[in-house]
Ligand binder design. Sequence first.
Ligand SMILES: Cc1ncc(COP(=O)(O)O)c(C=O)c1O
Length: 355
Amino acid sequence: MSKFWSDVVHKLTPYVPGEQPKLDNLVKLNTNENPYGPSPKVLQALKLEASESLRLYPDPNSDALKAAIASTYQLQKENVFVGNGSDEVLAHVFQALLKHSRPLLFPDITYSFYPVYCGLYDIEYQTVPLSDDFTIRVEDYDQPNGGIVLPNPNAPTGIPLPLAKIEQLLQMNKHSVVVVDEAYVDFGTESAVGLIQHYPNLLVVHTLSKARSLAGLRVGYALGSAELIEALTRVKDSFNSYPVDRFASAGAIAAMQDSVYFQDTCRKVVATREALMAELASLDFEVLPSGANFIFAKHQTLGGEEITAMLRQKNIIVRHFKAPSRIAPYLRITIGTDAQSVLLVKALREILSQP
Ligand SMILES: Cc1ncc(COP(=O)(O)O)c(C=O)c1O
């Protein structure tokens, strides 16, 4: 608290990101990063960018990056907005498209940045409870609202929603913006991008932090009708003209263009996920279905906080959420390499066999 702070700052409850420990030799399975490095073509593009041209500002419109993204999804540049990580893109989405007189709706268990943006921009919201099996029931969103935002697959559960359900949601909500945050979509969830041409109120948000292994570069984007994209551009141009720097742009273009490396990496992560799910089931964990690069699992007897602390003593970090209480028994485990899975399973076996 300080007399120098504005009223807004006094009222903020900021988002708490997962730990980025400074220790070496950790098995880091807590922030859903990709265990594989970015495409070698990205590294090459970054080296080329380290040149005298850095004295110049980057393109404020990120035209080349937008073109690379648009061509990946057979869309036009006017359907693409880019920003400094999808968190920044989402922040603009909340301010530009989700602040209305009726409340914004999102699940009660979801990406915990959503209520933080509402606090920052003074947006009224209402949470919609997940069903008992942690799935999103789209029928529950059939109520007056000023917009809807949900991740697909959901976070931190990892549960995917079939495309038909997203379309049902869009059918029910033609008069407000529906934002589908597809941060983890490439690990086996159906994308809603194909619906953009039929629904001018649909905005799909993606990140290069997960499937494209570029969490450190900070690039995210939104796809939608030109009308929605223009709203985001108006906010961006009232905030920061150059959110995507020259490195981020060069690296992201190379990443979008290397579809072979991208598909190969996703395939490996999905295979490791399926194998790990089977191992955990054999250790008496209940694992929720996952269409993401992480799993959400609870043990039949040991608590989530307890296991997280014991894994930490063995230099393995996973994420645990204390609240809401319904998810407190669970651990969110990022999918690493096969070798990291072996270390995790070995550590869990030791923890569970302790008297
Ligand atoms: C559901 C969801 N959306 C968006 C993000 C933000 O990703 P980034 O800002 O790295 O693009 C995350 C990050 O973990 C996430 O879990």
